[in-house]
Design a protein around this ligand. Structure first.
Ligand SMILES: [Zn+2]
Length: 493
């Protein structure tokens, strides 16, 4: 828990944490108003300021003797020097060719690798805190994402409305630590049993929803499982008119139908496709389980699947791999990383969910999980743009930052080489966002979004977990400080 002194300092920081402490801890209320009255006196102590989490900073920084994995899928290059100036990469090359400028802060990275900051595309700022209920954890999550090496992320749907947008703005303004955020509008969904989702019945309602949330600051759109084709079409048209892209975790609409309607991206690999459900009715979700049975039995070399892949590739529909969330549903898999940052209650809840999964020998995931990997490989091999994300939902256990590293490991298990997997988690997503001129790869002139890891993930992918420093726009953040600031409390804020 925070101390009273910490709370006073909070008054100059994030309103959300103040509201939380004020509402549960009556005695702190007085402290809060006193702090507010003497606001300037506490400004240096703001515990939420990015400055608290910085490890390396300076006008010019030279990283020397580093192994560089540049995010293009090319082989790693040993003994490189990287010069960072004004938030950008001013030079990168062999130690023999690039000399650290006079006055630069020199950081010797012998034994370490530098890769681009992760660009992760199915992230959330909420978490499953109870059955069918999602708690807003934007403050702790944005720190965990950055600590894990994520420097740019898209939230793939939100259940709150304004928090993703406000966090994106305040991080952009340098007021809070975290990745750059492409903030989605609240889910575009039809009537459903989800208590925290809108029920958009008509095309006009969907259009107004997209227009309103874009006006509030949302920069992308995600459709969900009960959307109708008419509402999805209207949402896509309105989003495109406003230069926003649309993704979907679909069920009522098939992948093929969505591609024909002009969708830009589909979530969860092929795990959510209902294209192969024989008696599928238009605009009706036959149940995620029905779709998944057909996917588990699908032949990746068969004509029906190849025809769908061809359509997605021809129409430039990107596919987001979220193997991390499905791993938590699959028997015999290891416990996911990062659980110790959660509150004890959420740790217990996930342990129970994990135990249930281990006991369920009939689950479709035994066949579905490896098949999902094979289908994603086939999509990429056919020329499709595969991007990556984590999806911190399900029954818990997908912990931001840690899961982003795990997702890269799972892409290697799916058959990609380590440098290909890193490229999927960096360059491919930057391409999808239309920001690949600035982010996603390491080259002269690119934004200095970099992850320094101990070891060599180009040969040992697990080394992506050994993050030492995360540079965002040339400022080096300390993952230990970021994680320590939220440890044991993720679930509260
Ligand atoms: Zn999701």
């Amino acid at each position: 828990m925070k101390t009273a002194a910490g709370l006073k300092a909070c008054a100059t920081g994030v309103a959300a944490s103040v509201v939380f402490f004020a509402s549960v801890a009556q005695p702190f209320r007085a402290a809060f108003s006193v702090a507010q009255a003497f606001r300037p006196a506490f400004q240096q102590q703001n515990p939420n300021a990015p400055q608290n989490f910085i490890k390396i900073t300076g006008p010019v920084i030279a990283l020397t003797h580093a192994r560089v994995i540049d995010g293009t899928g090319a082989a790693a290059r040993a003994d490189q020097t990287l010069v960072i100036r004004d938030g950008s990469i001013a030079a990168v090359g062999d130690a023999t060719a690039v000399t650290p400028p006079a006055g630069a802060t020199v950081v010797d990275l012998t034994g370490r690798s530098v890769m681009p900051g992760l660009v992760m595309m199915h992230e959330h700022l909420y978490y499953t805190t109870g059955p069918g209920v999602y708690g807003q954890l934007g403050v702790s999550f944005s720190r965990l994402y950055l600590a894990g090496g994520v420097t740019t992320m898209r939230t793939a749907g939100n259940v709150n409305g304004i928090m993703d947008i406000n966090l994106a703005r305040r991080i952009e303004a340098g007021e809070l630590p975290g990745p750059d955020i492409d903030a989605t509008a609240p889910y575009v969904n039809g009537p459903s049993t989800f208590l925290q989702m809108h029920a958009l019945k008509t095309g006009e309602e969907a259009r107004r929803h997209v227009a309103y949330w874009n006006g509030q600051g949302a920069t992308s759109v995600k459709a969900y499982m009960q959307i109708s084709r008419a509402a999805l079409k209207a949402a896509i048209d309105e989003a495109h008119r406003r230069h926003m892209k649309v993704t979907g975790h679909l069920c009522s609409v098939t992948y093929g139908e969505a591609a024909d309607l002009g969708i830009d991206n589909l979530e969860h690999g092929f795990f959510a496709a209902t294209d192969f459900v024989a008696d599928k009715q238009s605009d009706v979700c036959p149940g995620q389980a029905r779709g998944q049975q057909t996917i588990a039995a699908l032949d990746e070399n068969g004509e029906p699947f190849k025809a769908l892949v061809k359509k997605l590739v021809d129409k430039h529909v990107a596919l987001t791999s979220t193997l991390t969330v499905f791993e938590t549903f699959t028997r015999g898999r290891p416990m996911p990383p990062g659980l110790d940052v959660l509150t004890p209650q959420l740790q217990d809840a996930f342990q129970r969910a994990y135990d249930r999964v281990q006991q369920n020998q009939q689950s479709v995931y035994g066949a579905l999980f490896p098949k999902g990997m094979a289908l994603e490989r086939a999509f990429a091999k056919a020329g499709g743009l595969l991007i990556a994300g984590t999806d911190p939902t399900g029954a818990g256990g997908v912990v931001p930052g840690y899961a982003d590293q795990r997702q890269i490991e799972l892409l290697v298990e799916a058959g990609f080489s380590p440098v290909q997997a890193i490229s999927i988690g960096t360059r491919n997503a930057a391409k999808y966002l239309g920001r690949d001129a600035r982010i996603g790869t390491i080259a002269n002139g690119k934004q200095a979004d970099l992850v320094v890891v101990s070891g060599d993930p180009s040969t040992t992918i697990d080394d992506v977990r050994r993050v030492e420093t995360v540079f965002k726009r040339g400022v080096g953040f300390d993952p230990v400080k970021l994680v320590d600031s939220v440890k044991g409390q993720v679930g509260i804020w």
